[in-house]
Design a binder for this molecule. Structure first.
Ligand code: SF4
Length: 195
């Protein structure tokens, strides 16, 4: 029988974040969407530049860490209340991107992975995680486009640590305006109406 990933709906585990490394990462346009959606839960969300490129004295944010300590505020009755709009990092879970080396990884916190780790090691991730894998491919494609642009323009990539602060930054969408159009072509996510 073909082994396929099946979400066990254990949001109390998968949407619970204990430390900086575990917290989800979001692109700038996802951050804006989440900030609009935060009015639904009446809570302020916090984000911190995570993957940036430096060029001269300018810093360009490609990804933010979504600073969630504990349960995600959008988890309601153990379900994601913004399922339609949840960020790519959540859509591709339990697949993860290794940000330091752009590798595809699996989360060992996921209960399904814990039960199936031996099979997962042997099988093709594109078959086991069909839907999640296709989201991961989109994420890698976005990163590839940005990295290629960065390489041509001599930008220097940096992964920002928990204690490090980044001041005076702009976002990748300020430089590559058409990256959002590109996302729409990928039919990645619906728009959130202005609140
Ligand atoms: S946005 Fe939804 S899927 Fe993502 S961590 Fe929050 S509740 Fe979980």
């Amino acid at each position: 029988m073909v082994t396929r990933f099946k979400c066990l709906m254990r949001g109390e585990i998968c949407c619970f974040f204990r430390d900086y490394e575990e917290m989800p990462v979001v692109f700038p346009w996802e951050k804006r969407k989440l900030e609009k959606l935060s009015s639904l839960i009446n809570k302020d969300l916090m984000f911190k530049p995570y993957i940036i490129y430096s060029v001269g004295n300018k810093n360009i944010v490609v990804l933010y860490k979504w600073m969630i300590n504990g349960l995600c505020p959008f988890l309601k009755n153990n379900k994601c209340s913004i399922h339609e709009y949840k960020p790519l990092a959540c859509q591709m879970y339990p697949l993860l991107v290794g940000w330091d080396d752009n590798t595809l990884r699996v989360s060992l916190e996921c209960p399904w992975i814990k039960d199936n780790i031996d099979k997962v090691k042997r099988l093709d991730p594109a078959k086991v995680f069909e839907k999640e894998y296709s989201v991961a491919v989109k994420v890698f494609l976005i990163l590839k486009i940005i990295e290629e642009y960065a390489r041509r323009n001599n930008w220097v990539k940096r992964v920002i640590g928990k204690e490090e602060e980044v001041n005076n930054y702009i976002e990748i969408t300020d430089v590559l305006e058409n990256i959002v159009d590109l996302m729409e072509k990928f039919e990645m996510q619906g728009e959130v109406d202005d609140q």
